[in-house]
Design a protein around this ligand. Structure first.
Ligand SMILES: Nc1nc2c(ncn2[C@@H]2O[C@H](COP(=O)(O)OP(=O)(O)OP(=O)(O)O)[C@@H](O)[C@H]2O)c(=O)[nH]1
Length: 401
């Protein structure tokens, strides 16, 4: 019995040792539950990553920690000041653009006028074509009446004769003898002052910038006054125009008194002895009295220091009768001396040149013929009428530069 017991004990001991051995052999490494390594932080972008300090061991000496190398010096590019082209001959250069937008008017009129038999229906059509192109009722009647008389005298007419007749009558309405000089000659030590007025969105600020470029191209020194304090972006816009051609811009914070900006601009212009100060105004059409107060004050304040030589009304040619009404309000408020007609490249209603001059009794002095910086031109009546009528010789473009 004791022999059996001995064997059982021995077997039990061997079994325990065997199980223990197996456990030691196959237990999970590291013991306990496996842990995830901590997530690595994403590498910083190359530019932001600070360079690790370098450990430099001097020969035989102690280890020195050097500061990270300095960032490479950023080269700030100073915008190059542009030299704009002179304003002379610009309308001839931009003639193709004008012809593209106004040609339908000329072609329509020429086609009607070249017919053998001009009955009342044709005359009505001629009248309608002129009215549609915004020539205005009065000037349209005058043109049609004169055409009727002249056609009666001429009898049958060649297309060349019809064209010459139309050219003569349209030109007479556009007013080739009106004084379109822009008064920008300084008065001794004092600069000439140009006040730019008009409804927002007509291209007022753009025209101010373009005019500054044109005058600089003509060799004048120009300073800009950002008196459109109603819209902060207008001053920024003007600043960009000024920076491009090296014209200083006098500006203040949004909401500042436009008159004080105008005053400071003129004072600075006198100090810098510039030739011309151009002041861009807000001219909001909230109420006529408000507008009168604002523009009246701007003008009065300038006149403490200098003479206002030009008050240019900027008018969007695409706005038709609505634009004409706005123009009338401005004309009642300030003494407009000239019109800058913008966006003439974007409308077939070039007749507005005739009607706006007739309504306001003021000449169109400048025309905007595109969005490019040099797309503002002194208005030339002959180039305008020729562009409306197209070239005498088909395919020719004798006048374009
Ligand atoms: N096609 C064409 N676009 C023009 C002409 N003149 C101005 N524009 C565009 O008309 C838009 C309005 O011009 P702005 O100068 O900002 O108008 P604004 O009257 O000054 O408006 P505010 O700054 O709000 O007073 C711009 O996109 C100009 O590029 C032009 O003669 N032809």
């Amino acid at each position: 019995m004791s022999d059996y017991l001995g064997i059982i004990v021995i077997v039990a001991v061997v079994a325990v040792l065997a199980v223990g051995g197996l456990f030691l052999l196959f237990r999970p490494k590291g013991g306990g539950a496996p842990t995830l390594p901590p997530p690595e932080a994403p590498p910083a972008p190359e530019a932001e990553r600070p360079a690790p300090p370098k450990e430099v061991a001097e020969e035989g000496g102690p280890t020195t920690t050097l500061p990270p190398p300095a960032r490479p010096v950023e080269v700030v590019k100073v915008p190059e000041v542009e030299v704009p082209p002179p304003s002379a001959g610009r309308m001839v250069r931009l003639r193709a653009r004008l012809a593209r937008s106004q040609n339908a008017l000329g072609r329509g009129l020429l086609e009607l006028l070249s017919r053998d038999h001009l009955d009342d229906e044709v005359w009505d059509e001629i009248e309608e074509t002129l009215i549609t192109a915004d020539v205005g009722v009065g000037p349209t009647r005058a043109i049609v009446e004169e055409l009727r008389t002249r056609v009666k005298v001429l009898g049958s007419r060649t297309p060349e004769e019809a064209r010459a007749l139309l050219r003569e009558l349209l030109l007479a309405q556009v007013g080739p003898d009106m004084d379109r000089t822009l008064h920008v000659t300084p008065h001794g030590e004092r600069p000439a002052v140009v006040l730019v007025v008009g409804v927002n969105g007509t291209g007022k600020t753009t025209t101010t910038g373009k005019l500054a470029r044109a005058l600089i191209g003509d060799g004048k020194q120009v300073l800009l006054g950002a008196a459109d304090t109603f819209r902060a972006a207008a001053a920024d816009q003007l600043q960009t125009w000024g920076d491009r051609v090296g014209a200083e811009v006098v500006r203040k914070d949004e909401g500042a008194d436009p008159a004080s900006v105008a005053f400071d601009a003129v004072a600075r212009g006198i100090e810098k002895k510039v030739d011309v100060v151009i002041v861009d105004t807000a001219g909001r059409l909230h109420t006529k009295t408000g507008l009168m107060d604002e523009l009246g004050k701007v003008k009065r304040v300038i006149e403490k220091k200098a003479t206002v030589d030009e008050v240019l009304l900027v008018l969007d040619a695409t706005t038709g009768q609505n634009g004409m009404r706005q123009a009338q309000v401005f004309a009642e408020v300030v003494n407009i001396t000239g019109i800058a007609l913008t966006k003439l490249d974007g409308t077939a209603k070039g007749g507005i040149v005739i009607s706006v001059q007739r309504e306001l009794g003021v000449p169109v002095k400048l025309v905007g013929l595109g969005e490019g910086p040099d797309d503002l031109a002194p208005f030339d009546p002959e180039v305008f009428v020729d562009a409306i009528l197209g070239d005498e010789k088909p395919g020719g473009d004798q006048k374009s530069a």
